[in-house]
Design a protein around this ligand. Structure first.
Ligand code: ATP
Length: 263
């Protein structure tokens, strides 16, 4: 990707993204998260009703290119994803003096799925699983985008409903450049390198469904539950390999539901 000094103005004009003047974002901010490239705050913006979340990206000279390319990729892909299961992108902003860039998004008042599932019953967990599948199905089948970083902390909850977030790693599926990342495997229960694409998203969905079906935060379980979970996961993966994409989302949930009830 070639980067010139106009990159910020270019992504706005080329992608129809709203440029929010920095002064319109309130200075009263509460830190709500932390990611690879900076801090996430809850705040307000004069142009938008209600609370917003802003992802602040600090561009240092040593990682200038990587930061900006990541920012551009995230904003471009996020801007295409307009669906009730996806956190809404409002616009972007910058503070030139401090070399800070901002992605302004819808605030998820119920936090991450990781925190939200605590003490939720089976019916509620199945409702959430269905919504996650709807969101992922939208990205894969309608937009041809793979998320590539799907996990419990990138899935947010607003007013009890799922909002998939964080498109920093996402890619269009026609992008030929393969890249790899670490995912937990069920053979060794350790992280292993996988090609990150649509299939790895489905794998991640399987991991999330597994966590939801057991109502716990960690993938690494106590010894006595491991065997049972391996069987569950094996059947999910088998299912995913042999059926076309769309029905798989639903059958995976039904299957998980079924297995869960049998526990
Ligand atoms: N819209 C939001 N509403 C509420 N909380 C949010 C929102 N966006 C992010 N967060 C919080 O901030 C955390 C980090 O956000 P996010 O993963 O998007 O940042 P990132 O810099 O892209 O991180 P990563 O290292 O995963 O790429 C989330 O796990 C969540 O706790």
């Amino acid at each position: 990707m070639s980067l010139n000094n106009d990159w910020y103005d270019n992504i706005i004009t080329e992608n129809g993204i709203l440029n929010i003047p920095y002064e319109q974002i309130s200075n009263e901010r509460k830190r709500i998260g932390f990611g690879r490239y900076g801090i996430v705050y809850k705040t307000t913006c004069n142009w938008i009703e209600g609370d917003v979340a802003v992802k602040e990206v600090y561009v240092r000279s040593e990682n200038y290119r990587e930061c900006i390319e990541n920012f551009i990729n995230e904003v471009k892909i996020h801007n295409r994803a307009r669906n009730k299961r996806i956190i809404q992108l409002y616009g972007i902003s910058r503070n030139r003096e401090k070399k800070l860039y901002y992605i302004v998004i819808e605030y998820a008042n119920d936090g991450t799925l990781c925190d939200y599932i605590n003490k939720k019953d089976l019916k509620e967990r199945i409702r959430l699983a269905t919504q996650i599948s709807e969101g992922l199905s939208y990205l894969h089948n309608k937009l041809n985008i793979s998320h590539r970083d799907l996990h419990m902390r990138n899935i947010l909850v607003k007013d009890g409903n799922i909002k998939i977030s964080d498109f920093g790693m996402s890619k269009g599926l026609d992008d030929k450049n393969k890249s790899f990342g670490l995912l937990p495997t069920f053979k060794s229960w350790k992280l292993s390198a996988f090609a990150l694409d649509k299939v790895s998203d489905i794998y991640s969905l399987g991991v999330i469904l597994l966590k939801l079906s057991n109502c716990r935060r960690t993938l690494f379980p106590k010894e006595q539950t491991r065997k049972r979970e391996k069987t569950t996961m094996t059947s999910i993966l088998k299912e995913l390999q042999f059926k076309p994409l769309e029905p798989v989302y639903l059958s995976t949930i039904k299957r998980n539901h079924h297995i869960d009830i049998q526990f």
